[in-house]
Design a protein around this ligand. Sequence first.
Ligand SMILES: [Zn+2]
Length: 166
Amino acid sequence: MKLKSIPTLYKGTQFKSRLEADMALVLDRLEIKWEYEPQSFLLPSGTHYWPDFYLPELKTYIETKGIVTPQVEEVMKEFSILIKGVIILIGRGVMVFYDGEEGGGYGKQQVQLNICSKCKKVCFTGMAGSYACRACNYHDGDHDVHELYDENEGINSLKVYVGIEI
Ligand SMILES: [Zn+2]
């Protein structure tokens, strides 16, 4: 099955798909700054990869895909290791966190939507990684303070918290 992408205009930006525009709306509702397709990367495998979003405050990339294939997952893994950073893969009903940060080594993880008790920013963290705020690095040692939603909510946390079903 091939899903047809529908170009969608949102806040003056032309997105390649409705899913990308939905994601921009989600990020706006969460008050997270985003940049759309800021730059491309050459992966070690020779693939030119252009991530959909970069979140400068959270030092996090986001890729949106209607259908998540093993090839897409391989690119996510390769990219996170290349940049020694974090990319979140979001599809219809899917949200996965790839962590290539130095010393992280946690790979693919469940995503958790957190709110920082210090800077009050909402951020995404991986279930197996650091619970420190990705905006200000604050970590109070207590996971529960930061959790907005149960770990099993995954993509549903966006629906519950933001009111948008991706
Ligand atoms: Zn913070």
